[in-house]
Design a protein around this ligand. Structure first.
Ligand SMILES: *Cc1c(COP(=O)(O)O)cnc(C)c1O
Length: 401
């Protein structure tokens, strides 16, 4: 099948159903193009995209700047492997370290791979620093999502995700999210604690600054590394460059991915010199990661997102959107959570799937988090009037349920 086609939407979907592994349950639409916060399907229907490719398309669809950088770099050098230096990769590492706690960066192709790298860095660091073979335990929290590969899946304590694939990485301790009294269970055996400063997939739950501070203190007491998974909440989504900024707590490692290259696959593990120094030639690697093509785009995306006026825009529109959500008077809404443009609506019941489903007929692309939460994670360039349109359509959906 050619990429351009005369097939009907139903025919395209039938072909997809015949040949793609059924790990994603998809609606009967085929997206063909987008611009900004809007996307269109092959039947010409327009959607307001408030899923943003799961918090990936920070600059929306078809950003002219991304397209230009991509075309220019594609015509120069796409891939070299990590056997060689390239300027775009070095420039991105400089940007990420200049704007964070970190001194060094390890590039990956996705969020889960960044977390896998963090697991390996933590294990190696503990082995080298404490000379203790048994300091291998890793702590994560209830409702965490750190990825789908066998290591990061072990840190994603959701029965439906884990059960079919056991045994997973052993030596994981799951603690209740946000409960400071549980932190005593972090023992000297722990080499790393993984936490999302704001849980995304788990339903938009914020860790309080006090909890993060207590966690930092406990990690320091037992010699465990603190790992912030900012794959979803980082890079401007909260209106700060980093979600942890508001707490004043610094991690030892931080993982990034979703929006970093504006929709191209990338991940990054940011590390302090102390931790990065534990790694030596050959300890870890990736064929594709940090390619000149993708890092050229990421440099562009990072410069746009990290500009103070861009972050102010996210803060302003995020507050506006949250206030408008809170003002909806509906018995179906239990709570509105989150900050910046990382918001969640908790419904009174398992309504998330129905709202997402109704969204298609109402011109909205939406994404849930679990059964009762709708994530509101539009492109960061979203305007107040686009938020108004979203609210109008959401109210119409709630009225029908
Ligand atoms: C999406 C996500 C991941 C996994 O990223 P992939 O690129 O899908 O592997 C990890 N952590 C968090 C917090 C995420 O939201």
């Amino acid at each position: 099948m050619a990429i351009t086609t005369d097939l009907t939407t139903a025919q395209i979907i039938a072909r997809g159903e015949a040949h793609i592994v059924k790990t994603y349950k998809r609606p009967p639409i085929v997206l063909s193009h987008g611009r900004g916060v809007r996307a269109w399907d092959t039947d010409g229907r327009e959607y307001l995209d408030f899923a943003a490719g799961i918090a990936v398309n920070a600059l929306g669809h078809a950003d002219a700047g991304i397209a230009a950088v991509l075309a220019e770099q594609a015509a120069k050098l796409i891939h070299t492997s990590n056997l060689y230096y390239t300027l775009p990769q070095i420039a991105l590492a400089e940007r990420l370290t200049a704007h964070s706690f970190a001194d060094r960066v390890f590039f990956t192709n996705s969020g889960t791979e960044a977390n896998e790298a963090a697991i390996k860095f933590a294990r190696k660091y503990a082995r080298l620093t404490f000379n203790a073979a048994e300091k291998t335990q890793i702590v994560c929290f209830d409702h965490a999502f750190h990825g789908r590969t066998v290591g990061s899946l072990a840190l994603t304590p959701k029965e439906a995700y884990q059960a079919p694939f056991r045994p997973l990485m052993p030596d994981v301790l799951v603690l209740p999210f946000g409960d400071p009294t549980a932190l005593e269970q972090i023992s000297e055996r722990v080499c790393a604690v993984f936490i999302e400063p704001i849980q995304g997939e788990g339903g938009i739950h914020e860790a309080s600054p006090d909890f993060l501070r207590a966690l930092r203190a406990r990690c320091d007491q037992v010699g465990a590394l603190l790992v912030f998974d900012e794959v979803q909440c980082g890079l401007g989504r909260t209106g700060d460059l980093w979600a942890h900024a508001a707490s004043g707590v610094q991690p030892d490692l931080m993982t990034l991915a979703k929006p970093l290259a504006g929709g191209l696959p990338i991940g990054a593990l940011l590390a302090t010199e102390r931790v990065a120094a534990a790694l030596t030639y050959g300890d870890h690697g990736s064929t594709f990661a940090g390619s000149p093509l993708i890092t050229a785009v990421a440099n562009y995306v990072f410069d746009r997102i990290s500009a103070p006026e861009f972050l102010e825009h996210v803060q302003r529109v995020g507050s506006y959107l949250k206030a408008r959500l809170e003002a909806i008077s509906s018995p179906l809404i239990k709570e509105v959570r989150g900050r910046g443009l990382m918001l969640g609506i908790e419904f009174a019941g398992d309504l998330a799937a129905s709202v997402v489903e109704q969204g298609y007929a109402h011109g909205l692309l939406l994404v849930g988090a679990g059964t009762s939460v709708l994530r509101v994670i539009p492109p960061l360039i979203v305007s107040e009037s686009e938020c108004d349109l979203f609210i109008e359509r959401l109210i119409a959906i709630l009225a029908k349920l």
